[in-house]
Design a protein around this ligand. Sequence first.
Ligand SMILES: *[C@@H]1O[C@H](CO)[C@@H](O)[C@H](O)[C@H]1NC(C)=O
Ligand SMILES: *[C@@H]1O[C@H](CO)[C@@H](O)[C@H](O)[C@H]1NC(C)=O
Ligand SMILES: *[C@@H]1O[C@H](CO)[C@@H](O)[C@H](O)[C@H]1NC(C)=O
Length: 217
Amino acid sequence: MAGRPGASALVLLAALLAPALLVPPVSGRGGRYHGDWDTGRLLPPLPPREDAARVARFVTHVSDWGALATISTLEAVRGWSFADVLSLSDGPPGAGSGVPYLYLSPLQQSVSNLQENPQATLTMSLAQTEFCRKNEFDPQSPLCVHTILSGTVTKVNETEVDFAKNSLFIRHPEMKSWPSSHNWFFAKLNITNIWVVDYFGGPKIVTPEEYFNVTLQ
Ligand SMILES: *[C@@H]1O[C@H](CO)[C@@H](O)[C@H](O)[C@H]1NC(C)=O
Ligand SMILES: *[C@@H]1O[C@H](CO)[C@@H](O)[C@H](O)[C@H]1NC(C)=O
Ligand SMILES: *[C@@H]1O[C@H](CO)[C@@H](O)[C@H](O)[C@H]1NC(C)=O
């Protein structure tokens, strides 16, 4: 037993040092904020699965990116659904608004698609975090919580632009140095329909009213 205090002090030291060692050095080009949810270190506990609105807000808030499906304007696949990965943020860590904000450029195919048809569907999954791996849930398992949000993608107006910018840049510092020649602008998904897959028995429908009514602590 005499060796225990020393051993636990070492373990504690290792625990204190490990996160610092795992975080890649922040280069001049930015890097992700420390305490990245992708690593699972700071992932808050999942809300009760029966509270689908709260679960949906949780998934949106912990997601740094999602797959946005738009209707293609590319000739080869015109009219087909076309999903691309986009970085997003609904607010600074711990202060999510539920609104997925995006930083887009007219050079992106998704944006060309949205100019013709702003209707889009955003899918986010806890497979993007440690949650599903740690619990050994396959990404397609309903236990590996995921959400599907439909709506229209709209440019963010003057009133909202500061919140959108702060929300995105705090979680994607690299965005600050993206080339201005790409004419980046702030946008958001104006959510009209929400499906939550968080248990067996099919997706649960949550209304935007229920979704935005949730306050996450
Ligand atoms: C900007 O957008 C917000 C959120 O949709 C809205 O509440 C506000 O009225 C808009 N402001 C202007 C000036 O259009
Ligand atoms: C968001 O969607 C709602 C419902 O379709 C619509 O009434 C509203 O005008 C939309 N807002 C924007 C900014 O497009
Ligand atoms: C909004 O939240 C309050 C407090 O939790 C709840 O009583 C009310 O039913 C909710 N309304 C909607 C539309 O979800």
